[in-house]
Design a protein around this ligand. Structure first.
Ligand SMILES: *Cc1c(COP(=O)(O)O)cnc(C)c1O
Length: 414
């Protein structure tokens, strides 16, 4: 079978919920993937930052094989010999008291929302059923009904109501709006330290520190969604670390398994997560021994290979090289670590054209909202590989630009 055959089958039988770049990948290793025609590409999306450790990291793969040969699932009706070690290691690494294991990122967010409401009623004394959670415009926290209930993107919401009440949205990066939105019934403020899906939106310096103070003064929990920004992606273990901020609850997912399987967690203090009692929350696969063994190895790789430092250094280099292109088509290069957004000018046309041109040149990256291209390669990327991406990007800019010029010549303004 060839590329077109796979595409035809997927489009015929798969629900049409994505608009993928038309490349059919069959193999991956480190920062590289190969398609079914044997062509090689540098992966600059890393499955939305789930592959921080690179494709098929040998140590994570070995943990997967070894554990698969022993035990994969017990459910938490019984205990297993891997989950306790993951729980201890994740808490020691992050400095939190406890963790709640889930599978997908959206489930970790749902668990954090439940924990915050529970704390609101049991500790803060909010009247039953009245808890409010403040969220940000243009957020992305996943796709469940409750999570899209606080999305501001009509595409994510239209046709899916009725929605879960109890959420209120404010502009991202605006501390005044947060202060104004807090009421005696506010349980928590949920925020991404950098909005990834919205186009790598970086808030003003000092934002998160000010948010931390406002939350503390008003007895409101700060929940950081670090599913995309965490685990080294932004040049620190967590993006919140840039401002020395300790949120009350942190959601973690994606790279928690190094891209091997869905594994997520919510970490927090005993004062919040300790409120859960048997029967109040659960998941058949949450904390399963296969996921736990894989996550232990994935965390170990982040620490041993100093991925946060690598991300910080390589990210600074990558952004500098992108800025040095001095392209008139680029309005801004922004981000932290290896979470990089390139915003195009209004004359540049749709960003999708650049993603397509990059694919032709052996680089996989994805546009967001038609105006931004995100570069988020595995954190194990080397400098010469960054040079390759930047060279291909420069060539893609030129080819799209000359096409735009030809179009202008053919249709002269009169
Ligand atoms: C990807 C993502 C999620 C959702 O994770 P899923 O595993 O797709 O459910 C939540 N929050 C952020 C910030 C994300 O980037």
């Amino acid at each position: 079978m060839h590329t077109e055959d796979y595409i035809r089958l997927e489009d015929m039988y798969g629900t049409n919920t994505y608009h993928p770049i038309d490349v059919v990948i069959e193999r991956g290793e480190g920062v590289w993937v190969w398609d079914v025609e044997g062509k090689r590409y540098l992966d600059c999306l890393s499955a939305y930052s789930a592959l921080n450790q690179g494709h098929r990291h040998p140590r994570i793969l070995q943990a997967l094989y070894r554990q698969a040969e022993r035990l994969t699932l017990t459910s938490r009706a019984f205990r297993n010999d891997q989950f306790p070690l993951l729980a201890k290691e994740l808490c020691e690494l992050t400095g939190y008291d406890m963790m709640l294991p889930m599978n997908s990122g959206a489930e970790a967010v749902e668990a954090a929302v439940k924990a915050a409401r529970l704390w609101g009623y049991r500790v803060k004394g909010i009247p039953d059923g009245q808890a409010e959670i403040i969220t940000c415009d243009s957020n992305f926290h996943g796709r469940t009904i409750t999570v899209i209930s606080f999305s501001t993107e009509t595409l994510y919401r239209d046709g899916f109501g009725p929605f879960t009440p109890g959420f209120r949205s404010i502009p991202f990066g605006d501390t005044g709006a947060l202060e104004a939105a807090i009421t005696p019934n506010t349980a928590a403020f949920l925020v991404e330290p950098i909005q990834g899906e919205a186009g790598v939106n970086v808030p003003p310096d000092g934002y998160l520190r000010a948010v931390r103070d406002i939350c503390s003064h008003n007895q409101v929990l700060l929940i950081a969604d670090e599913i995309q920004t965490g685990l080294g992606r932004c040049g620190q273990l967590f993006a919140s670390d840039w401002e020395g901020v300790t949120p009350d609850l942190v959601t973690i997912g994606k790279a928690l398994s190094g891209g091997m399987m869905p594994v997520s967690a919510t970490v927090g203090a005993a004062e919040t997560l300790g409120l859960f009692q048997p029967g109040m929350h659960g998941s058949t696969f949450g904390g399963n021994p296969l996921a736990s063994a894989v996550a232990r190895a994935a965390l170990n790789v982040i620490v041993e290979e100093e991925l946060p430092r690598r991300s910080r250094e390589q990210g600074a280099y990558f952004r500098k090289e992108l800025r040095d292109l001095n392209s008139p088509l680029i309005a801004e290069v922004r981000g932290k670590g290896l979470l990089i957004g390139v915003e195009f000018t209004s004359d540049a046309g749709n960003a999708r054209a650049y993603a397509e041109a990059l694919k032709e040149r052996g680089v996989l990256a994805k546009d967001t909202h038609g105006t931004v291209i995100r570069f988020a390669p595995p954190l194990v990327i080397e400098q010469d590989e960054i040079d390759f991406v930047v060279d291909q990007f420069a060539a893609a800019l030129n080819s799209v630009q000359s096409r735009l010029e030809v179009a202008n010549v053919l249709q002269p303004a009169d």
